[in-house]
Design a protein around this ligand. Structure first.
Ligand SMILES: NC(=O)c1ccc[n+]([C@@H]2O[C@H](COP(=O)([O-])OP(=O)(O)OC[C@H]3O[C@@H](n4cnc5c(N)ncnc54)[C@H](OP(=O)(O)O)[C@@H]3O)[C@@H](O)[C@H]2O)c1
Length: 274
């Protein structure tokens, strides 16, 4: 069943571009043509939810996405994020002042080659000194000016979600959630109760849940599926408002990811969380 996010009916298996930006999501991929081929394969396989950000690379992931897919399919939902910047050591730092957030939206527009962004997440950064309501409010202002359609939030607690909802309607929440990281279940439950789509990021535990050493390898074998498929199906089974945004640079891995939408876990088959 598709999930409606930001006014579009998209499948619950999305695609994240972070891996395309090179090691540690900085600098660029060793093989840009292969990276573009991965994005085209994802879109060609029917994926209509793509998560990206101007700070992947920086700029690299957005530009590869644009080169790979423009003109974009009409029904494609590109979700992007602002509120952080890369640091030279490969980390992230807050960049959440209203002017910085607005500049980042304009950068995303230019990099992606669109006039309006369908969905922009304000990424909460614990080191931010800017009131969270001001960061979210800056996106609401740009929405009212027509530069974006919907405001989402990322890396939030229930309290931060509620603060954001007091500023403006929130179209989606993007938080880390996977079989090896189940903290923040209260946020997932809050979105389910409020009817807000929840985008589970890093759904394969950055690859740890997908390989031979995955804690899901044996239960996946019993089901006759790959560990990656089980990792995503487990997430989709948590609640109907969950979508997942795995990343892959390997088109051959897409079939395993998409298979999760057709896998219903047998009743009582819930592996213990790692
Ligand atoms: N909002 C935020 O703050 C935030 C933070 C982090 C990430 N994200 C989003 O979440 C997305 C996904 O996160 P992620 O890329 O860190 O981690 P992930 O999706 O959990 O895992 C990606 C890793 O899994 C491997 N993989 C994918 N499919 C596989 C398969 N079928 N079999 C075996 N291995 C497989 C990939 O390798 P191959 O390339 O070889 O397939 C890659 O190394 C990002 O692209 C980004 O959009 C958001």
């Amino acid at each position: 069943m598709p999930l409606e996010i930001a006014g579009r009916a998209v499948g619950r298996i999305g695609y994240g571009t972070m891996q395309l930006a090179g090691p540690k999501a900085m600098g660029g991929p060793a093989d840009p043509e292969r990276a573009k081929a991965a994005v085209r394969a994802a879109a060609g396989a029917g994926i209509r939810l793509i998560d990206t950000s101007g700070y992947y690379g920086p700029e690299v992931a957005n530009r590869l996405l644009a080169e790979a897919l423009r003109p974009y399919p009409d029904d494609l939902l590109i979700a992007t994020k602002v509120g952080a910047r890369r640091t030279p050591d490969g980390g992230f730092a807050a960049d959440a002042a209203p002017e910085a957030v607005k500049a980042a939206v304009r950068d995303n527009l230019a990099q992606l080659g669109v006039e309006r962004l369908p969905l922009v997440h304000a990424r909460f950064m614990p080191d931010s000194t800017v009131p969270w309501a001001d960061t979210v409010g800056a996106l609401a202002e740009l929405r009212d000016e027509g530069l974006l359609e919907h405001v989402g939030v990322s890396n939030v607690t229930v309290d931060l979600l509620n603060q954001a909802r007091a500023v403006t309607p929130i179209a989606s929440v993007e938080n880390e959630y996977h079989f090896g990281h189940t903290g923040g279940r209260d946020v997932l439950d809050a979105t389910t109760a409020a009817g807000i789509p929840y985008l589970a990021y890093r759904p394969l535990g950055n690859g740890a849940l997908a390989g031979a050493g995955s804690p899901l390898a044996e239960p996946a074998r019993q089901l006759g599926v790959s560990a990656a498929t089980l990792a995503l199906a487990w997430l989709l089974g948590l609640a109907d408002n969950v979508a997942v945004i795995p990343g892959t640079s390997n088109p051959a891995h897409l079939a395993d990811l998409l298979a999760a939408q057709d896998l219903t876990l047998p009743s009582g088959f819930v592996p213990d969380e790692a």
